[in-house]
Ligand binder design. Structure first.
Ligand code: PLP
Length: 391
C-alpha cells in the first residue's frame, strides 16, 4: 500500500464525519426554503438563525450579523466592494496590506478602476505589516482598512487587536463612522479563539472548508451599525446584502465545524506546535534549506521554506510521486506560475519565490507521517543535488 501524507491543509481540509452527519438531515428532511412562509420554511429558517447565533457566539460577538456567502472569496469581495460602494460619499480611500489574498487584492484593483485610491501597507522580511506606515496612511477619506489575520502562504500572524484599537482611535479622534476594519480570517478561524468585539474588528471573512466544513460555504461577520451595498441583487435574503436561497446544510455544517474546532482548539494547537518543531528541526538539518518565517511569528500549522537551487514546483512534484502533498504557493494559484506577491513584498526575488514550498498541518497528520516526509525530502534533495552536480 503506498503511503499518502496530506500536508496541504491551508488549501483545504476534508469534511469531518460528524460535520457531515450534522448536515445530512438538512439535505434530506429539513429541506424547506427558509424564505417560505409555511412550517417547512419555518423549520429551515429557525435552523439558519440558530446556526448564526452559534457562529456569532464563537466569534466573540454579542451583536452584529453573519452574512452567508459562497466562501472566503465572496466574503472578501462583499466586505471591500460592499463598504466602498456604501460609504463612497465619506471617502474613496482604502488601505490594505501588500500580502492580502488575491480575492482582496483583485477586488481592490476593480475598485481602483472605479476611482477609489488604494494604499498598500508594506511588510518586513518575515511578513509582519508596518504598523507605523499603516497609521500614517489613514486620512479622513479612508473608509476601510483590510488586514488578514494570518497569511495563507507563509503563515505570519498580524496583531489584529492592535490594528483594531488603532482604527477605533482614529474614528474617535475624527468623530467619524469610518474607517472600518475588515479582517480576512480564512486561515485562522477554527485555529484560534476569537474575540471580534474586543479586538475592534468590524467585518470578518471566513470559509468553512478551511476548518473541516464543506466547500463553497463561508460568511462575513458584520458589526452592528455597518452597512453594505450588495453584490447580488434578487429576493433580498441575508438582510438584502446577498440575495439567493440560503445553503442551509452548508451553514449547519459551518456552525458545527466551528464549534468542534473550538472545542478541540487547545489540544490541536499543542499537537501542531510539536509536529511543527520536528519539521523545522528536520528541514534545518538539510543542506540549502531556508525557513522564511520563524515559528514564533506564524501559525503552528504553517512551515514555509526555500530550497536553494531547486524549484518548489519540482520538489512538490517529486514529493507527490511519493504520496506526499505540499504546496508551492496559494492553492488558488497552483495551476499557473507567477512569482508570489507575498514573497516579493517580503523582499525575496523571483528566483527565490520560485523555490518556495509550504507545508500546512491538519488533524490527520501523525509523527510517522512527518518522519516519512523528512526521509523522502532528504532523499529527493540528495538526488537532485547529485544529478545536477549542485553544491
Ligand atoms: N482568504 C485567504 C487567506 C485564503 O487562504 C483563501 C483560500 O485559500 C481565501 C481567502 C478564499 O477562500 P475560498 O476558497 O473559500 O473562496
Amino acid at each position: 500500500m503506498p503511503r499518502y501524507v496530506y500536508l496541504d491543509h491551508a488549501a483545504t481540509t476534508p469534511v469531518d464525519p460528524h460535520v457531515w452527519e450534522a448536515m445530512k438531515p438538512y439535505c434530506l428532511n429539513v429541506f424547506g426554503n427558509p424564505s417560505s412562509l409555511h412550517l417547512f420554511g419555518d423549520r429551515a429558517d429557525e435552523a439558519v438563525h440558530q446556526a448564526k447565533r452559534e457562529i456569532l457566539h464563537l466569534l466573540g460577538a454579542n451583536q452584529g450579523k453573519v452574512v452567508l456567502t459562497s466562501g472566503g472569496t465572496e466574503a472578501n469581495n462583499l466586505a471591500l466592494k460592499g463598504v466602498a460602494h456604501m460609504y463612497q460619499q465619506q471617502g474613496r480611500h482604502i488601505v490594505v496590506s501588500a500580502i492580502e489574498h488575491d480575492s482582496v487584492l483583485s477586488a481592490c484593483t476593480a475598485l481602483e478602476k472605479q476611482g477609489f485610491t488604494i494604499s498598500y501597507i508594506p511588510v518586513d522580511s518575515q511578513g509582519k505589516i508596518n504598523l507605523y506606515k499603516l497609521e500614517q496612511m489613514l486620512t479622513e477619506h479612508t473608509i476601510l482598512v483590510s488586514v488578514m489575520h494570518a497569511n495563507n502562504e507563509v503563515g505570519t500572524l498580524q496583531p489584529i487587536d492592535t490594528i483594531g484599537q488603532l482604527i477605533k482611535a482614529k474614528r474617535l479622534k475624527q468623530g467619524t463612522k469610518t474607517p472600518f476594519f475588515h479582517c480576512d480570517a480564512v486561515q485562522t478561524l477554527g485555529k484560534i479563539p476569537f474575540q471580534v468585539e474586543e479586538w475592534g474588528v468590524d467585518l470578518l471573512s471566513f470559509s468553512a472548508h478551511k476548518f473541516y466544513g464543506p466547500k463553497g460555504v463561508g460568511g462575513l461577520y458584520v458589526q452592528r451599525g455597518v452597512r453594505l451595498s450588495p453584490l447580488l441583487h434578487g429576493g433580498g435574503q441575508e438582510y438584502g446584502w446577498r440575495s439567493g436561497t440560503q445553503n442551509v446544510p452548508g451553514l449547519i455544517g459551518t456552525a458545527y465545524a466551528l464549534k468542534q474546532s473550538h472545542e478541540r482548539q487547545p489540544e490541536d494547537w499543542n499537537r501542531y506546535v510539536k509536529l511543527n518543531t520536528t519539521i523545522r528541526e528536520g528541514l534545518q538539518a538539510l543542506p540549502g534549506i531556508q525557513l522564511t518565517v520563524p515559528a514564533s511569528l506564524a501559525l503552528p500549522t504553517h512551515i514555509h521554506f526555500l530550497c536553494q537551487q531547486i524549484e518548489g514546483q519540482a520538489l512538490m512534484q517529486e514529493l507527490s510521486k511519493k504520496g506526499i502533498a505540499v504546496s508551492t504557493s496559494s492553492a488558488c494559484h497552483a495551476h499557473y506560475w507567477a512569482p508570489s506577491h507575498v514573497m516579493l513584498a517580503m523582499g525575496y526575488n523571483d528566483e527565490q519565490a520560485k523555490q518556495a514550498v509550504r507545508i500546512s498541518l491538519g488533524r490527520g497528520v501523525t509523527s510517522e507521517d512527518i518522519h516519512y516526509f523528512l526521509q523522502q525530502i532528504k532523499e529527493i534533495i540528495r538526488t537532485f543535488r547529485s544529478s545536477h552536480a549542485l553544491s
